[in-house]
Design a binder for this molecule. Structure first.
Ligand code: APR
Length: 229
């Protein structure tokens, strides 16, 4: 079976009703990264950071996967599909995708501040001050904050380098190391980009752009790859 690796970003969940980060009106216009998404922020004002992720977790419980997420599941009929997502939502899993790697963590999980191997699935949407791990330390969101290492980047780079087809959906490709994964694909590998703001990438050969939303562009691309058109 041919291997398709799909790198997704906030844009694939936009039509589900989750804000992206850098579009106009996006999350980083409403919150300062240094207030809510760094370890220093957590150190300075835990409540502000908890509130930010609690709101996002609450929102996640109100939304559903869209046609973009669902089309990627269809691809599994003919290909081994590995999704590498920068998103912390669980919409790929809820759509039914089988292999999903979360590069930047998972909103529904929390972990110990004392022992990072202690990761738990949170019941409900609210993480509070005083919620402790089994060793008695405060739980924090299971999120890779700015300035923190991305623990899964090496396995992700290996997957990218092994891809027969590489698809990028709904990411501004602003944040490294995730944005660099596209440069791990073998020369000659077909690369597809689905994003209404997509631009040519001068160093990527064999690039095809679907300059449209994920809800429209991904089903089209999937049909093409399944040979349905
Ligand atoms: N369909 C597809 N793409 C869309 C849609 C849509 N309906 N709406 C917006 N987009 C595209 C935008 O054009 C943009 O290229 O989604 C992209 C969103 O970019 P960002 O907001 O920068 O999100 P992302 O690339 O996922 O951010 C990367 O930055 O803040 C951190 O950790 C956070 O994982 C995140 C990382």
């Amino acid at each position: 079976m041919k291997k398709i690796v799909v790198l997704t970003g906030a844009g694939i969940s936009a039509e589900s009703g989750i804000s992206t980060f850098r579009d106009s009106g996006g999350l980083w216009e409403q919150h300062r990264i240094e207030d809510v998404a760094t370890f220093e922020a957590w150190h300075r004002n835990q409540q502000l950071v908890l509130d930010f992720y609690n709101q996002r977790r609450k929102r996640l419980s109100e939304v559903n996967p869209n046609a973009g997420h669902l089309a990627l599941v269809e691809l599994e009929k003919k290909y081994h599909v590995q999704i590498i997502t920068q998103n912390v939502d669980d919409l790929h899993e809820r759509a039914g995708s089988t292999h999903v790697m979360h590069l930047h963590g998972e909103l529904k999980k929390v972990r110990s501040t004392l022992d990072s191997s202690l990761v738990y699935t949170l019941d409900g949407w609210e993480l509070k001050k005083g919620d402790l791990c089994e060793k008695g330390s405060q739980l924090r969101p299971h999120i890779v904050w700015f300035g923190e290492a991305v623990p899964l980047i090496e396995p992700a780079a290996e997957l990218a380098s092994d891809a027969d087809v590489f698809i990028v959906i709904g990411t501004s490709l602003n944040v490294y190391p995730a944005a660099g994964l596209i440069y791990n694909v073998k020369p000659g590998t077909p690369v597809y980009l689905v994003d209404p703001q997509a631009e040519m990438l001068p160093d990527v050969k064999n690039l095809t752009i679907f300059r449209e939303t994920a809800g429209k562009g991904v089903p089209k691309l999937v049909n093409q790859l399944l040979g349905n058109e």
